[in-house]
Design a protein around this ligand. Structure first.
Ligand SMILES: Nc1ncnc2c1ncn2[C@@H]1O[C@H](COP(=O)(O)OP(=O)(O)OP(=O)(O)O)[C@@H](O)[C@H]1O
Length: 310
């Protein structure tokens, strides 16, 4: 289990982390999402000891991280850290040996991971000659080659083609299924939604929402989609229990102040009074929508203005 507990970090007057706290459990794939500059990379670098925190603690299996336990973590840094002029296979063997593997183990692991990640035929090539996506596969192989207990990956999916996304997803799931805590940052929220067991949303150096996607959905306001083709504009604007109304491609979307049976009944009755009702359903917000709500500052949200088009 990897615990990030109350980490703070400043760079001059910039507060990069402000009490960052979350836990990645064994056998859990944890998605770490947030705007540019929110503090994801800084958190990961501190977790790996590349950077010192001003306060707080990182623990692995209940014990503060030290040089020894850091070797149990496979890390994929955002600024990819490979030696450009070293051959892929040599580099992977070197990294495995650096982490205590024998020459034979290192060779076997380098061969296994390059094959698994579809870069076996590149083993003899210098890293700098590979395409960016293939360099990224080597970077993942570098994180995995010493068979780490934990994986910490900074934007592992950025720049990958769809096939490589599939391979990367499969490998992360495998490690999760083998019981490893796996955390990765990403701006690809659909991917995070599909892949992750839990998601942490970070804003300005702290976690502002966390949970499974289902939990995050349950915590967000209930929305209803109503398609009542004969309804006049504004038909739902003043209904009790309705906080906001917007018109989208899906129909009229109502954000409810409460999702009680009374409110649902009131809305349905009002819709029926306008004529036929072709659709009446709850709308599940996507992770991208939950994310936007969580990171939105306290500025007026135009999407939520009654009658505003989406
Ligand atoms: N070495 C540094 N010197 C000064 N400021 C830094 C340094 N590293 C990070 N910061 C600042 O700390 C804050 C957090 O940056 P960080 O790179 O952790 O964000 P991030 O969430 O990873 O962003 P992105 O999604 O763009 O990768 C930002 O304001 C950034 O400018």
């Amino acid at each position: 289990m990897l615990e990030i507990d109350g980490i703070s970090k400043r760079f001059g007057s910039t507060v990069a982390l402000d009490g960052m706290t979350f836990t990645v459990r064994p056998g859990e794939l944890y998605g770490f999402v947030g705007a540019n500059g929110a503090g994801k990379t800084t958190t990961m670098r501190i977790a790996l000891g590349v950077l010192a925190a001003d306060g707080g603690e990182v623990r692995l299996d209940g014990r503060p991280l030290d040089a020894g336990s850091r070797r149990r973590i496979g890390y994929m840094p955002e600024e990819r850290g490979l030696y450009p002029r070293m051959a892929v296979g040599t580099q992977l063997r070197y990294l495995a040996e650096l982490r205590g593997r024998s020459a034979a183990e290192a060779r076997a692991a380098a061969d296994r991971w390059t094959a698994r990640l579809g870069i076996a035929e590149r083993r003899a090539e210098d890293v700098q000659r590979l395409s960016l996506g293939n360099q990224q596969r080597v970077q993942l192989a570098a994180a995995l080659v010493a068979d780490p207990d934990v994986l910490v990956l900074d934007e592992p999916f950025s720049g990958l083609d769809p096939m490589a996304v599939d391979v990367m997803s499969e490998v992360l799931r495998e490690r999760r299924d083998a019981g490893a805590p796996v955390v990765f940052s990403s701006h690809q929220l659909e991917l995070v939604e599909r892949l992750c067991d839990r998601v942490g949303i970070v804003r300005a150096g702290r976690l502002v929402a966390e949970g499974t996607v289902a939990e995050l959905r349950a915590a967000s306001a209930t929305e209803l989609v109503v398609d009542a083709p004969q309804a006049a504009t504004g038909w739902a604007d003043v209904l009790p229990g309705v906080a906001a109304v917007r018109v989208t491609d899906e129909g009229t979307v109502l954000t409810l102040a409460d999702a009680s049976d009374t409110t649902l009944g009131t809305v349905l009755d009002a819709a029926r009074r306008t004529g036929p009702v072709h659709e009446f359903r709850r709308r599940r917000p996507t992770l991208a929508e939950i994310y936007r709500d969580a990171v939105a500052d306290h500025v007026p949200d135009l999407r939520r203005r009654p009658g505003a088009a989406a």
